[in-house]
Design a protein around this ligand. Sequence first.
Ligand code: AMP
Length: 542
Amino acid sequence: MLGLMQDWPLLCHRIIEHAAEVHGTQEVITRSVEGPIHRTNYRQIRDRALKVSQRLDRDGIKLGDRVATIAWNTWRHLEAWYGIMGIGAICHTVNPRLFPEQIAWIINHAEDRVVMTDLTFIPILEKIADKLPTVERYIVFTDKAHMPQTTLKNAVAYEDWIAEADGDFKWKTFDENTAAAMCYTSGTTGDPKGVLYSHRSNVLHALMANSGDSLGANAADTMLPVVPLFHANSWGIAFSAPSMGTKLVFPGAKLDGASVYELLDTEKVTHTAGVPTVWLMLLNHMSANSLKLPHLRMVVCGGSAMPRSMIQSFLDLGVAVRHAWGMTEMSPIGTLAALKPPFAELKGEARLDILQTQGYPPFGVQMKITDDAGKDLPWDGKTFGRLKVSGPAVSKAYFRLDADILDEDGYFDTGDVATIDAHGYMRITDRSKDVIKSGGEWISSIDLENLAVGHPAVAEAAVIGVYHPKWDERPLLIIQLKQGQSATREDILKFMDGKIAKWWMPDDVAFVDGIPHTATGKILKTALRDQFKAYSFPNAAA
Ligand code: AMP
């Protein structure tokens, strides 16, 4: 027997429609790419998103067509986001930090018909435009006054383009499993892979993000997503914030410590989300200028492991942290480290121990850890295994790739190595390809990096496994010092000594001027392995 509830497809535009009806005057504020602070609200965003839909429809964009955005977090990007999805076209967010050849590869693989972009990225696009045969037109997120001369095909200023629509248009309806959005993973090896979100997965993911133990914001709060819309769905915030009526503050093109601080302060932001490198810049700016953020209550941090010292710095400022783990293939939320009852009252180091885990999953994400043969491993907080996940907002395949990516139970292998404890708290110990295999045992490169970065002179630390004749691999610690600071190999090793098992201690420390990053801000270990391929340990006698 079937239930007698309404058939109400979970479509993304219902979210912005709800925001406009119920939270219509709630503000959306942006540091515009042109410079000034811009203020709008959810009602106006909905109205203009409808114009985007109408205008795309008039240009012949149909259900399933791909429309790319290469753009910062701004109100125009949000309008385009809902406008594209609102006619069943696919909003393909492209990461502008990729190499131009990768951007071209991705646009061609997706066969994008339209590219919407910011002023910032016109020069990059002009260089690759002749290699993008599927793109019919470029729409620049600006107005007539700021629109430059450009060689881009059929280029038009966004404001002129939507002014040609009167907004008398209805969202289209279609099956909730229809594709809504697309984001390529920036794999460090091989071609990028297209993750294709559905309307249903995005709406369910927004509901998962809305819990108090997830992003933790509600209608009375203000959220500043530093994490870009092109980075794994801006961790769901572009859906979650309007679905709850949370005020949004967008940082535009300026993500440096001073600019982010200024917006957090002037807009009295209560919640913010971003990767550790962003928080490092913010904390440095705040400590150099003895600044505080009295309104800020929660920093959500993910994308790479949040160092313990960073958690402590925020706690010292009176700001709670929520360490989060996820991936593009998971829409992206996987786990968040909220404090459950047995841990809520913990103090000091014991509290930090829990806050530093990657946390436990919200309803809608199931996890398991297995050995290489696929056998389930215990949730004892000690045994490491391959982390696998399933859920309604987890990928089952990649766009136009035939490979089967699920195991026989329907779980997706995340490529991460983790422990899970009896309370469901997961701790990432490594990427499966980065874990250091020393004498048959595994050493977590992430644990060593987190520890080393706690040294006051260290700006960033990376650990790679280097060949060792006796142990196969041993850890090499690579350090970038803070500007104007000094420390020797011995200082760093002494600092780490006693805080980890003796056999985990790095065999050597190398100092570099800069640590390379991927386009999403993760340490680029392949480049480091390349840089150190001729390196051998001073103590490496067989
Ligand atoms: P992406 O799809 O670009 O967001 O990358 C996902 C990967 O980033 C995960 O599989 C992890 O390896 C890594 N990652 C994300 N969040 C964390 C975290 N909090 N701690 C450690 N690694 C993380």
